[in-house]
Design a protein around this ligand. Structure first.
Ligand code: CO8
Length: 258
């Protein structure tokens, strides 16, 4: 019996794991609701500094559950699509660094889920794609927006129009993933990446993430104003006092957050 979605915390790093391997981690309604809940929990938890998103060693997620979706009417999906947005937004809005550790397939909603992370580490055998077009639909979990912002509109259109698979080496070349590793090293590398933020300046990290994410959707002047406000705001935090005081008193190399 699988748990479907698990959230485990170890030494400041939360692992949000999708666990429905026999159906290649297909994201059904229940899993999506549980991902949203787990993402909210990881966001709120004081003992969590960073999050690893994974589907385990075999598969990240082969997309939305097509068997479940096939029975849905327009009215059903019109209502459900808001829940889908909530699920992906809950992951994207985690105010801490989030890394996706991707083994095997990351297709459709699975690829879109990986796009909600800040960085992506993939196995050499990982396979990406937005094959929705082959089902007569389009990506509905943010794929047309997040993929285009990440790799550029032409590349995103080519992948979405064709529905073709993208292997890990190409994914690295086009910026869809940040690191490609042997399969067994993906999760440990993701945990190690996440662990660097334990004990770090939480509010500054959250502000950095917010500035980049909010800025990506607005014009430069608005983005610079967002940055200005967040930057100034950090001067009212303990992180800033600690970081700068220890820099001045202990030197750059021994500063609290160095
Ligand atoms: N939904 C439901 N069941 C699935 C899915 C899926 N997306 N993918 C695989 N499965 C099931 C199979 O039906 C099979 O089940 P069973 O053993 O009961 O017959 C089991 O998983 C194993 O799959 P295969 O036997 O097909 O395994 P293969 O290794 O032969 O093939 C593939 C692997 C190539 C990944 C193949 O399973 C496949 O093409 N899957 C579908 C991929 C796909 O089209 N994904 C996009 C779905 S649409 C989508 O994601 C829309 C997103 C919009 C909203 C986002 C919401 C989350």
């Amino acid at each position: 019996m699988c748990d479907l979605v698990r959230l485990e915390v170890s030494d400041g790093v939360a692992t949000l794991r999708i666990d429905r391997p026999r159906q290649l981690n297909a994201l059904n309604v229940e899993i999506r609701a549980r991902i949203a809940a787990a993402a909210g929990e990881a966001d709120r938890a004081d003992d969590v500094a960073a999050v690893v998103l994974t589907g385990g060693e075999k598969v990240f997620a082969a997309g939305a559950d097509v068997k479940e979706m096939a029975a849905m009417s327009y009215a059903d999906m019109n209502a459900q699509s808001a829940r889908i947005v909530e699920c992906f937004s809950a992951v994207a809005k985690i105010s801490k660094p989030v890394v996706a550790a991707i083994n095997g397939y990351a297709l459709g909603g699975g690829c879109e889920l990986a796009l909600c992370a800040d960085v992506r580490f993939a196995a050499e055998d990982a396979t990406f794609g937005q094959p929705e077009i082959k089902l007569g639909v389009i990506p509905g979990g943010g794929g047309t927006q997040r993929l285009a912002r990440l790799i550029g509109p032409s590349r995103a259109k080519e992948i979405i129009f064709s529905g073709r698979f993208v292997r890990a080496d190409e994914a690295l070349r086009i910026g869809l993933v940040d690191r490609v590793l042997p399969a067994e090293e993906v999760y440990p590398a993701a945990v190690e990446w996440a662990r660097q933020f334990v004990g770090g300046p939480r509010l500054a990290l959250a502000a950095a993430k917010q500035a980049v994410d909010l800025g990506a959707g607005v014009d430069l002047a608005t983005g610079l104003e967002i940055e200005r406000q967040l930057f100034a705001g950090l001067f009212a935090t303990e992180d800033r006092a600690t970081g700068m005081t220890s820099f001045v008193e202990d030197g750059p190399g021994k500063a609290r957050f160095a």
